[in-house]
Design a protein around this ligand. Structure first.
Ligand code: ADP
Ligand code: MG
Length: 328
């Protein structure tokens, strides 16, 4: 089996997977994205059972955090904005609390109440008219994570303003990847990989004993890679503006919103964030996008065990102080 080198490349439709006697892979659509789950273990039925359990877990999380599904806890919170606090599961409570910590850390660049803008922007790749600026002004008045009021004792969350809405688009896949990994590890999978639509976490080693090789996608040239990283027990999350966007007067706008302006952020094409925790990587990748190159790098360089690579809109590559890249 040692002749089989496993190569995994993020974000992309383009993944070369070598199947073998000790590896099982499932590719499927979950949370509106392409997921891949890879398990390495000797017994095939153990690998497959672990992957199935991880899929059930991801679906459970989607039902909890989706702001599209009317029955989710998140939708109930949004429906009661400005009306009354909603009692929620401790799991969602803790997740919201962690998002607020990220908002504090990023000075509000990351803010799950960005969703108050919904449906002003629809990032479906189509051409649209510029949204009415008075509508945007009215909506950004409702974006403020400080108006997400948590009461741990009552286990409730209350969105203070009517029309406020939260959404987990920038952290949910990372959280799901962490939890799916946990489920697989609990079922004895010592080496594996979850790719949650470009949010990737890898643990253990490849089948041949080498660390995982994760390619960093080139946001400009499709199916090409800027560099690769050699990792185990690490997450690599790429946030790009090339997948979900709108076109206004011929110009492309990506789906990450600056909470202070209500408009999509400009200046960066992609951010790849590396840290041991996929949820943190996911949230920080989005945050760096909003903060921009200078402030984003400043933040990442201040944090332990967190590195990043940024491609700006001039195709210039910026990296944090201790990122160890390999080139082809
Ligand atoms: P991807 O889904 O491509 O991995 P991200 O992780 O950056 O990209 O998530 C982008 C999503 O995050 C958007 O579609 C939206 O749901 C949400 N979002 C946009 N702007 C913000 C923001 N400033 N803070 C928190 N969430 C945001
Ligand atoms: Mg993100």
């Amino acid at each position: 089996m040692s002749k089989l080198l496993l190569f995994y490349f993020i974000v992309l439709s383009h993944i070369i997977i070598a199947q073998s006697n000790t590896t099982s892979t499932r590719v499927l659509s979950l949370m509106g994205s392409r997921f891949e789950l890879v398990a390495i273990a000797d017994v095939k039925s153990n690998r497959n059972k672990a992957i199935e359990a991880a899929i059930v877990e991801i679906e459970r999380i989607e039902n909890l955090i989706s702001s599209w599904k009317p029955d989710s806890e998140t939708s109930q919170i949004n429906a009661q904005a400005g009306i009354e606090p909603v009692r929620i599961s401790i799991e969602l409570f803790n997740l919201i609390e962690r998002t607020i910590k990220i908002s504090d850390l990023t000075d509000g660049a990351f803010d799950i109440s960005f969703n108050s803008l919904n449906p002003v922007w629809t990032f479906d790749g189509r051409e649209m008219e510029a949204p009415d600026s008075t509508l945007i002004m009215a909506s950004i008045g409702k974006i403020n994570y400080k108006n997400i009021l948590l009461d741990r004792h009552q286990q409730t969350v209350y969105l203070k303003e009517k029309g406020m809405k939260i959404g987990f688009g920038a952290i949910g896949k990372g959280y799901a990847a962490n939890m799916a990994k946990r489920v697989m590890v609990e079922r004895g999978i010592k080496s594996g990989l979850i790719n949650a639509g470009g949010d990737l976490i890898a643990w253990g080693n490849q089948e041949n004993g080498d660390p995982w090789k994760i390619g960093i996608a080139d946001p400009v040239k499709e199916k090409e890679y800027i560099a690769w990283l050699s990792v185990s027990d690490m997450s690599v999350v790429t946030s790009g503006n090339y997948e979900k966007f709108v076109i206004i007067e011929g110009k492309k706008y990506g789906h990450i919103i600056d909470p202070k302006t209500g408009y999509p952020v400009e200046g960066i094409q992609s951010v790849s964030l590396v840290s041991p925790d996929a949820e943190l990587s996911d949230a920080l990748a989005t945050s760096v996008f909003v903060l921009g190159v200078r402030k984003g790098l400043e933040l990442v360089n201040r944090l332990k065990n967190v590195e990043c690579l940024i491609v700006d809109d001039q195709n210039k590559i910026w990296t944090s102080d201790h990122l160890k890249l390999n080139y082809y």
